[in-house]
Design a protein around this ligand. Structure first.
Ligand SMILES: C[S@@+](CC[C@H](N)C(=O)[O-])C[C@H]1O[C@@H](n2cnc3c(N)ncnc32)[C@H](O)[C@@H]1O
Length: 381
């Protein structure tokens, strides 16, 4: 068995949810840092499973070496010792995808990038016994993270960010990242038996992610990953894992409602839901949130409200007042509202039970959580 070391990265604030997802996939977590969860897998299946199934990770990296690096020479020498030829064939593309440096003597990213590229090339030329490296084959994006003069070297197994599930069209003004939308759903404890509503659904991301979670649709089922093309073993592993993922999809009756004041958002949300394979699970309609009501008991509102950064405070103030009002008219519902508006709770008219700091594309926001009065906060994780 060839144990492999992996590191999944995520937005700040999502580490504990990502950790939980990784443990649920059956992989032991080694350490959690800001925006990173380190874990191990038994073999390369762990790479395919992580990319296909992790809903809150941005990318999954395969760790291939580490060493102390406090000078350009030690960086060059350290890279030369890593067996790149075991991963990158003679025609492989080895772009230096990312160099990060914190609290370290080596801080010039462009110099480090040039050194790493040169050292990898030298190693590959020597070990593959070739003079030319055409870089015409599959991509093996290399990332180096230097912290406290210690370098960790990774291959980006995902390629493009895992938020790119393949169902979203361009166009919506402020779409929520799919990974953050999935995290909101996971944090809400929403279950298929409950009614779920997003009363400002925009392009529908939260509801689409919720339906995919309930139906056990792997978030990566519709896309490809860089590591898929690394070797016949990787390709085969993805074929097997994807086949299993298709078989694991469940038909579950869902009651999910999406509404928005903007007609074009609703149109786009419907198209996205169709592409994600959940169009029959979500009922969309154009509606001002002030008119939303439901006779159902025990529902959940999960919404990403406008923050008022472009439009100013008075408009969002009214939106939040109306949101608070409709929430208080619902019978035993909970609500999870993501907002970057400083006076959210005042405008909503109620202190939340819990708030959680989350970053939405670099903007500091809070997920304000409200539970029905009868429920006890300790019942929620
Ligand atoms: C931050 S966006 C939501 C983005 C969404 N989560 C997505 O992934 O596309 C806020 C949404 O609130 C909608 N909105 C603003 N005022 C509204 C109102 N009074 N009633 C319903 N929707 C409203 C906007 O049209 C916009 O789509």
């Amino acid at each position: 068995m060839n144990t492999i070391s992996l590191c999944a990265v995520c937005s700040f604030g999502l580490e504990s949810i990502l950790k939980r997802e990784i443990i649920r996939l059956g992989f032991p977590v080694k350490k959690v840092e800001n925006g990173k969860v380190y874990y191990s897998g038994d073999d390369i299946h762990a790479v395919a499973l992580s990319n296909l199934y992790l809903r809150t990770a941005d990318r999954v990296f395969l760790k291939i070496g580490e060493f102390d690096a406090d000078s350009f020479d030690s960086l060059y020498e350290g890279i030369l010792q890593i067996p790149f030829e075991e991963y990158v064939p003679a025609d492989g593309r080895f772009d230096i995808y990312k160099i990060n440096s914190v609290r370290s003597k080596l801080y010039s990213k462009s110099d480090c990038q040039a050194i790493v590229k040169k050292a990898v090339a030298q190693r590959l030329q020597k070990m593959h016994r070739v003079r030319l490296l055409p870089e015409t084959g599959a991509a093996y994006p290399i990332a180096v993270h230097i912290a406290n003069d210690h370098a960790e070297v990774f291959l980006n197994t995902s390629g493009a960010g895992l938020n790119r599930r393949g169902y979203r069209q361009a166009g919506n003004e402020a779409p929520l990242k799919e990974t953050l939308a999935a995290a909101m759903v996971l944090l809400s404890n929403y279950r298929a038996e409950k009614t779920l509503a997003d009363v400002m659904c925009g392009s529908g991301t939260i509801l689409i992610e919720a339906a995919m979670i309930m139906k056990n649709i792997a978030p990566g089922i519709r896309r490809n990953f860089a590591s898929e093309y690394w070797s016949p073993q990787y390709t085969e592993s993805y074929v097997q894992c994807r086949e299993a993922a298709h078989k694991a999809v469940k038909e579950v009756p869902l009651r999910i409602l999406g509404s928005d004041i903007d007609y074009f958002s609703i149109k786009q949300a419907k198209e996205n839901a169709h592409l994600a394979g959940v169009e029959n699970d979500i009922a969309f309609q154009k509606l001002d949130l002030k008119d939303f009501s439901s006779k159902k008991k025990c529902g959940v509102i999960i919404s990403n409200a406008p923050y008022g950064m472009r439009t100013g405070g008075s408009q969002v103030q009214t939106i939040y007042e109306n949101l608070g009002r409709i929430y208080r008219n619902l019978n035993e519902w909970s609500a999870f509202i993501l907002s970057g508006y400083d006076h959210f709770e005042n405008a909503f008219g109620q202190k939340c039970v819990k708030n959680r700091k989350l970053y939405n594309g670099g903007i500091k926001t809070y997920l304000y959580s409200y539970y029905p009065q009868k429920e006890n906060i300790h019942g929620h994780s």
